[in-house]
Design a protein around this ligand. Structure first.
Ligand code: FUB
Ligand code: ZN
Length: 650
């Protein structure tokens, strides 16, 4: 079967047309701050670059293979009348796995050209086109047989019937996001044309209030904005806003309730409730609206929601959505460790949302949240082999509770494989979070060895970082305009460096950190800078070849939780730089009684075996005896079954 599909896809590949020039940017010009797109940032670091390579060489190929094996591609062929049969798979959104992997493959093609992969992606797009109906409709299970739903919980029905569960608009949203990325990465319009045809159908069906149903699972909103950024077609933007404006309005339709964030008009929502991935995708869309429509009600709502999530509902790992039941946010301060859900997709969505909040407000606190999710709750989702995955990401494992969809180790795939394929698309986009620009400033947000070129005040400026972050705290930041130019450089001073693990009072460091947590020099000399919005702001006439030396103290710090989280009473977690640590049974034979009470110092040493590229922490007692060993949280469960905990008795 696999061979047959590959053959079909390669034949279709030869029909390919519509190749355009590569590398078109689609940043959103309405944001006062614009991220430097991923395809303009070259990473050369030892942390992210290998992970992105692993994603390119292992995660993406194995995920494509799973899609072939499990009939995800056949569904498009059956829908297009090219094959006989009933829908394959058990989820009404299986189409999106294919879109999301194409999105990731497109990103990786920009940084690493690969003619075979490009041909394969092109052929998949041809297959997807076959599954699209004449008028642009594209959800294969409904086209194949609307009376037969792949999932028990999703009622069958004609187009747009049962939108609470049918995922038709979710499918469109991922289609739009993937097609925008494919166009941005390759310059080809093949996938974009499919997306635009589908978007035009949505405008005809839902535009102008013709149909006041809303998506059961949000994402079409941000997808439409991405299409608007490319086409500047107002109808896409208006439809995105329409979907948000009518949500939760009981005067228009019978509401679905808080699981779908459909209990109140979105601008009246102030507490994060319901399904976590749905929620953060929606908040990302709302943040887009706050900017694009200069809408203060939207801005106020996302500010309040953000405060609620960060101050009361975020794990120390940046994970969100504490309940397995409904894959949902819990009540304020409901942050259990063993049963923490923390879906990988929710952590990824949290990055998407926080990045938009940064672009809206320009404050580094949003990058603090983003960085915490990125280095902990996102990358814990994929094993070091690149082909096994966590769906939930708990903060404790007792070797009894099968947290990972029935398992206690990472699994190669899931019937609902949203998390692996979200990682496929997310990982190669990481370079896009490192730098940003406004009219007068360059932002250094993440510390990653890399280089880029930005244009500010009509001057081209080379920006470069050399660093071994997150293992070491020194960063050399090269700022080199072609000719001397005055502008600002904003160097983020991470919250973890200044006694604030996360904004708010959910977590604190147990003791004050070093008096001089960082230093910033220019060309080896003292440097005059001001501080604001979480940044060191250096406003000067920059000369070709200028270089700053930013040095952050990388101490091991103990974190304590607000007493309202009863679960963590009397316990500490360990952090070093942006990384949260945990203890695993495999390193600690006395796992159940591990305690930091008698710890007098922490020693940082290089890991070994699969952890050889990491730093592990030894807790030492008064007479230098080893009390326990802690490893970076994201690396846990890579050495077989083991108990694990982030929060340690003190
Ligand atoms: O419903 C689509 C995806 O499946 C959600 O985002 C995940 O939480 C999983 O339920
Ligand atoms: Zn998921």
């Amino acid at each position: 079967m696999k061979k047959a599909l590959f053959f079909i896809s390669m034949c279709l590949c030869s029909l390919l047309t519509g190749c355009h020039s590569a590398g078109t940017d689609v940043p959103n010009p309405e944001y006062a701050i614009v991220g430097v797109p991923f395809n303009k940032v070259q990473l050369s670091d030892q942390f992210w670059h290998p992970k992105i390579e692993l994603n390119r060489t292992v995660t993406i190929p194995v995920s494509f293979q799973k899609c072939e094996e499990e009939g995800r591609l056949e569904n498009f062929l059956i829908a297009g009348g090219q094959m006989e049969g009933q829908v394959r798979g058990v989820m009404p959104f299986d189409d999106t796995d294919v879109y999301k992997i194409i999105e990731g493959a497109s990103y990786s093609l920009t940084t690493t050209p690969d003619s075979l992969l490009e041909a394969y992606v092109d052929s998949l797009i041809q297959i997807i086109a076959l599954g699209q109906e004449e008028d642009g409709y594209l959800t294969t299970w409904k086209t194949i047989d609307p009376t037969h739903s792949p999932a028990e919980w999703c009622p069958p029905g004609e187009r747009w019937e049962g939108l609470a569960w049918s995922h038709e608009l979710y499918n469109s949203g991922h289609l739009f996001e993937a097609a925008a990325a494919h166009y941005q990465a390759t310059g080809k319009k093949t996938f974009l044309d499919i997306a635009l045809k589908n978007a035009d159908l949505l405008v005809r069906v839902f535009g102008d209030g013709a149909n006041v149903q809303v998506p059961g699972h949000q994402i079409v909103e941000t997808g439409l904005v991405k299409l608007y950024n490319i086409t500047r077609k107002e109808a896409y933007l208006d439809l995105a806003k329409h979907f948000l404006d009518v949500r939760g309005d009981h005067r228009l339709r019978e509401l679905w309730g808080s699981y779908n964030q459909d209990h109140l008009p979105v601008v009246e929502q102030s507490e994060a409730v319901g399904h976590a991935v749905r929620a953060v995708y929606m908040y990302a869309g709302m943040t887009d609206m706050a900017v694009l429509f200069q809408d203060k009600a939207y801005e106020r709502a996302v500010d309040e929601l953000w405060q609620n999530v960060v101050h009361k509902k975020t794990y120390i790992t940046g994970g969100i959505g504490s309940r397995h039941d409904g894959e949902a946010f819990g009540a304020n301060y409901e942050l259990p460790n063993l049963t923490a859900y923390n879906e990988t997709c929710a952590a990824i969505g949290n990055v998407y949302w926080n990045y938009r909040m940064f672009l809206l407000h320009g404050h580094a606190k949003y990058i603090d949240v983003l960085e915490r999710s990125l280095y902990n709750g996102v990358i814990s989702g994929v094993g070091m082999d690149g082909k096994t995955f966590f769906y939930p990401n708990p903060l404790s494992c007792d070797l009894a509770y099968p947290f990972n969809q029935g398992a206690m180790t990472r699994k190669p795939w899931f019937d609902c494989s949203c998390c692996p394929t979200n990682l496929c698309r997310f990982m190669p986009s990481v370079p896009g979070y490192v730098y940003a620009t406004s009219d007068e400033a360059v932002f250094i947000n993440l510390f990653v060895e890399s280089k880029t070129e930005v244009v500010l005040k009509n001057a081209a400026i080379e920006v470069q970082q050399k660093t071994r972050y997150p293992w070491e705290g020194e960063v050399l930041i090269g700022i080199s305009p072609k000719a001397a130019t005055r502008f600002k450089v904003m160097v983020r001073i991470p919250g973890w460096l200044r006694n604030s693990p996360l904004p708010g009072d959910l977590y604190q460091y147990a003791s004050a950190v070093s008096k001089a947590p960082f230093s910033l020099m220019l060309n080896g000399q003292e440097l005059a800078y001001t501080e604001g919005d979480g940044y060191a702001i250096i406003d000067r006439l920059w000369e070709p070849g200028d270089e700053m030396q930013f040095a952050m103290a990388m101490e091991v710090k103990e974190v304590v939780t607000n007493s309202l989280v009863a679960e963590n009473e009397g316990k500490i977690a360990l952090e070093r730089g942006p990384l949260v640590y945990c203890v695993e049974g495999v390193d600690n034979s006395d796992f159940d009684t591990v305690s930091a009470a008698d710890c007098s110092r922490y020693e940082v040493v290089s890991g070994s075996g699969v952890l050889e590229d990491t730093k592990v922490v030894y807790a030492k007692g008064e007479s230098e005896e080893q009390l326990f060993t802690a490893i970076p949280y994201y690396t846990w469960n890579n050495r077989g079954l083991s108990k694990m905990k982030v929060w340690i008795d003190k």
